[in-house]
Design a protein around this ligand. Structure first.
Ligand code: KDO
Length: 341
């Protein structure tokens, strides 16, 4: 074929003259190579722009653009703008979304035994969390996720340690002090169970509605890690933080298996490394924030309450261990999690 004829075909396909010249200059590259398009990676998250697990997606994008130049078009959608909170796993399984950071509660809906990670006071701290999920236990518990959900977890991001925040000034020492408190929880039965275990009256609500609900008094409080409370400005409409530290929370950076399995091994490796870099960035910043934020909130006029964490731990653990949920937990897993040091 002459260069002119080739150029006519390609220009109808939207390929520029420059690309044709370059292709011929390189010794006639195959038309597919010339017209190669980037693979689109759509990301959806309810995270607000100022939060670390929103910013981590830019780290993901930059890493991938660097390691696999020209191969991917990473599109980041924050504030649940693309998919509603909690609907991301289904969207990924169906191939309508490529990536998200999903919660243990999302996973438990399909993989009930994963609910062990939704239980309060099981994971001790960020180091424990990272060791559990990056070690043999992680490998084991992610297998049914990949199999049943058609979603592949790539890295574990520390969301932070959840604390209770209330819109009024209140002294809370034990779960009994939360009796009748309308505590917003994310909308799933695993989350509501946690709210109940804390002694409160849980109210399901999407993350994006929490600020207004606190402002208007539709709810009395909500629980989230301190960095998220700063980023979403919940402190502007709260007066008390009760340092219950009830859940050392994670979100799992995950990818649609349909999409991931269609990548070359080299691309898979690069996507995974980029996800790990994003998680590292998030984790380091959240840990730093958690150490500094108490002072920030105090300066904003909030009352910081140190409750009887032992009383909360005892009540919450008791409620979980005697629940139907615990019956789905693989035998010996709790002991193995506890033994990770
Ligand atoms: C929330 O809705 O309280 C929560 O913290 C739950 C998490 O699993 C996660 O979805 C998170 O919101 C969002 O990423 C927003 O920070």
């Amino acid at each position: 074929m002459s260069r002119k004829a080739f150029q006519r075909i390609l220009s109808r396909a939207g390929v520029s003259t420059l690309a044709v010249v370059v292709a011929f200059g390189l010794g006639f590259a195959a038309p597919q190579a010339v017209a190669q398009t980037k693979q689109i990676i759509r990301i959806s998250t309810p995270a607000v722009p100022d939060d670390w697990h929103a910013k981590m997606w830019t780290v993901f994008k930059e890493n991938l653009d660097k390691s696999a130049p020209g191969q991917f078009d990473v599109q980041i959608h924050l504030n649940a703008a693309l998919f509603k909170q909690g609907t991301e796993p289904t969207a990924m399984a169906r191939g309508n979304l490529e990536m998200s950071a999903i919660s243990a509660q999302d996973i438990s809906k399909i993989v009930p035994e994963f609910s062990i990670f939704t239980a309060g006071y099981i994971i001790r701290d960020v180091d424990h969390q990272q060791k559990v999920f990056n070690g043999p236990i992680g490998e084991e518990v992610f297998k049914p996720v990949i199999k049943k959900m058609e979603v592949t977890p790539l890295a574990t991001a520390y969301l932070g340690t959840r604390q209770v925040m209330l819109r009024e000034v209140k002294d809370v020492k034990t779960p009994a002090d939360l009796k009748g408190v309308k505590l917003r929880m994310p909308s799933s039965k695993e989350w509501l169970f946690l709210g109940e275990a804390l002694g409160a009256t849980p109210m399901p609500m999407a993350y994006g509605e929490v600020y207004l609900a606190l402002q208007t008094g539709t709810i009395d409080g909500q629980d989230n890690p301190l960095p998220s409370a700063r980023a979403a400005k919940f402190y502007e409409v709260s007066k008390t933080i009760v340092m219950t530290s009830h859940l050392v929370d994670a979100v799992f950076i995950s990818i649609s298996s349909k999409f991931y399995n269609a990548l070359t091994p080299d691309q898979q490796q690069k996507v995974k490394l980029a996800a790990e870099a994003a998680a590292r960035y998030n984790n380091a910043n959240r840990v730093k924030d958690e150490a500094e934020l108490i002072d920030f909130f105090k300066a904003q006029g909030l009352k910081i309450v140190t409750p009887d964490v032992g009383a909360f731990r005892k009540a919450v653990q008791q409620k979980y261990l005697t629940s139907d949920m615990a019956k789905t937990w693989p035998k010996g897993l709790l002991e193995r999690i506890n033994a990770v040091r």
